[in-house]
Design a protein around this ligand. Structure first.
Ligand code: FAD
Length: 536
């Protein structure tokens, strides 16, 4: 006999953890949460700088990669995704960015009722505990489950980066999460007391003991089960043993890469494609797996004269000193997120809001993608991307095998505006680093190097070396047009009893990193599901 639940959630990631907590809050609704990965209780998951170790660890990371992509000279680009309780929030860079009001107002302007900035703001506030001392902006909040800290790691080069931004006329902005991103400052992070604070810490740990929540780890969902056009259950494997569970409503929260994959494996997607993979078509929906967008980042770096970067502090006695500091104070280099300082700027002064994001880190790697080995000489890195990319690709199954990784085709840098903005971002980045404040430290630019000056040379550098910033979204987009996959209550078009609630529903990219928006989608999705249940 298959077990029966009110809700079955597939995926315990950023959105899935929020859903599981909120849907079981009433003490009555019976929820099954299926997660393909295992526990998140691991030293490298908790230690903030440990995220670099998780980039290549198959225990916590699905380690996807793109198909060879012509627009980046045939390269395959790694697409890491979290695989554990907490999902990608258990392996991510912990940078906390809500995005701009414009992002959500755009979603609303597409006709998605309930998703304007004013309407999502209460959910962002419900999520967070902003631990900054003293008064905080009215757009911010205290008391929520996700602890948001000002960077616990400070560094003189990051201070200089912020000074340099100011010298170029950009404001200092201590709180880019209050609706106005412009300017330079330190990033805020999803951390608490010097440790990572994932969606699992925030939402699952407090809900685990609820008798109405059943969490199954190492549970790989193979497909959603249908009776006619109604989703009624999930077929899944736990360590190779096939199981089934039935539920009143099935909620896909498997993320931007795997929610479209699961829809297709379940017979919802492009008819021809499904038939070719030998699958029965439950409902033909052409938008499944389309509209894939991601941030593609150019990583520029510089060699430094003096030993002031993390490159030296991760070796020998200096590392021992940093370790002691961490143990004693829970502060310092070991609490660093993916980047210390931010810059949000405009590629053209007449723009309404920023369209470029900078990530400054006082460190340089021989392989910026793996971030495994820091350079021996002192160095610093500035990553840059276009905030709201228009280049669109797709993610589709390659066969009916639920264990085969999907085909990820990003088409990075195929939109001319994306190309213009990333090139302009690199030029502005160079100007920042060229400011006098850096003169005592700056030796020379390593990458792309002084030879790269023209637009074409800078773009060529991007095509040769750029990597994703790990924000795949949009593959089950919310909307009302022919290519929309879910409606504005996140119900899959054309079938019943099935929703998608995760980063894949974003119709366009939010302006920044995507963890906070994904958790917001989980919170808002849960509120809508409960509201719809009350209405019957
Ligand atoms: C390396 C990395 C660094 C990042 N850095 C940042 C950052 O600094 N700041 C930021 O804001 N964002 C960052 N992000 C992005 C952010 O973490 C994600 O956008 C966000 O976590 C996505 O949430 P989600 O709920 O959509 O999916 P996920 O959190 O990815 O959750 C999906 C879950 O579904 C599970 N799953 C998938 N398929 C199945 C299946 N068939 N059966 C059962 N379970 C399944 C997965 O194992 C996973 O746990 C980063 C991401 C990565 C990978």
């Amino acid at each position: 006999m298959a077990e029966r639940y009110d809700y079955i959630i597939i995926g315990a990631g950023s959105a899935g953890c929020a859903l599981a907590n909120r849907l079981t809050e009433d003490g009555k609704s019976r929820v099954l949460l299926l997660e393909a990965g295992g526990s998140d209780k691991n030293f490298w998951v908790y230690l903030p700088v440990g995220f670099t170790k998780l980039m290549t660890n198959p225990k916590f990371n699905w380690l996807f990669e793109t198909e060879p992509d012509d627009s980046v000279y045939g390269r395959r680009i790694p697409i890491p995704r979290g695989k554990a309780l907490g999902g990608s929030s258990a392996i991510n860079g912990m940078i906390w960015v809500r995005g701009q009001p414009l992002d959500y107002d755009t979603w609303a302007q597409f006709g998605n009722r309930g998703w304007s900035y004013d309407q999502v703001l209460p959910f962002f506030k419900k999520i967070e505990h902003f631990e900054r001392d003293g008064a905080i902006d009215e757009a911010r909040a205290r008391g929520g489950p996700v602890n948001i800290a000002d960077s616990y790691s400070r560094n003189e080069l990051a201070d200089l980066f912020i000074d340099a931004g100011e010298a170029l006329g950009h404001p200092r902005n201590r709180d880019y999460n209050n609706g106005v991103q412009d300017g330079f400052g330190y990033y805020q992070c999803s951390m608490k007391n010097g440790l990572r604070w994932s969606a699992a810490n925030a939402y699952l740990d407090p809900a685990k003991r609820r008798s109405n929540l059943n969490i199954e780890t190492h549970a790989h969902a193979r497909r959603v089960l249908f009776e006619g056009k109604r989703a009624v259950g999930v077929a899944y494997d736990v360590k190779g043993v096939a199981r089934e569970a039935h539920g009143g409503e099935i909620i896909l929260a498997a993320g931007g890469v795997q929610s479209p994959q699961l829809l297709e494996l379940s017979g919802v997607g492009q008819g021809e494609r499904l038939r070719e993979a030998g699958l029965d078509v439950v409902h033909a929906l052409p938008g499944v797996g389309e509209n894939y967008r991601d941030h593609i980042a150019a990583r520029m770096n510089w060699r430094l004269k003096q030993k002031v970067s993390f490159n030296e502090r991760t070796r020998g006695l200096r590392l021992a000193g940093e370790t002691l500091k961490y143990v004693a104070t829970r502060r310092g280099m070991l609490t660093s997120s993916a980047a210390l300082a931010h810059g949000f700027v405009r590629s053209r002064p007449e723009l309404e809001t920023p369209d470029i994001q900078f990530f400054f880190m006082p460190v340089s790697y021989s392989d910026a993608n793996k971030r495994a080995e820091m350079d021996r000489e002192p160095g610093m890195t500035l990553s840059v991307y276009q905030l709201r990319p228009e280049s669109k690709g797709s993610i589709h199954i390659r066969s009916g095998d639920p264990y085969a990784p999907p085909m990820i085709k990003p088409n990075f840098l195929t939109d001319s505006e994306d190309c213009r903005v990333i090139v302009e971002g690199m030029r502005i980045g160079r100007e920042v680093i060229a400011q006098d404040v850096f003169a005592p430290h700056r030796l020379h630019e390593l990458n792309p190097g002084r030879d790269a000056q023209s637009d074409n040379e800078l773009l060529d550098f991007c095509r040769r070396t750029a990597q994703t910033a790990y924000h795949p979204i949009g593959t089950c987009k919310m909307g009302h047009d022919a290519m929309a996959v879910v409606d504005d209550r996140l119900r899959v078009h054309g079938v019943e009893g099935l929703r998608v609630v995760d980063a894949s529903i974003m119709p366009t990219m939010t302006s920044g990193n995507t963890n906070a928006p994904a958790i917001m989608i989980g919170e808002k999705g849960a509120a809508m599901i409960r509201e719809d249940a009350r209405k019957g």
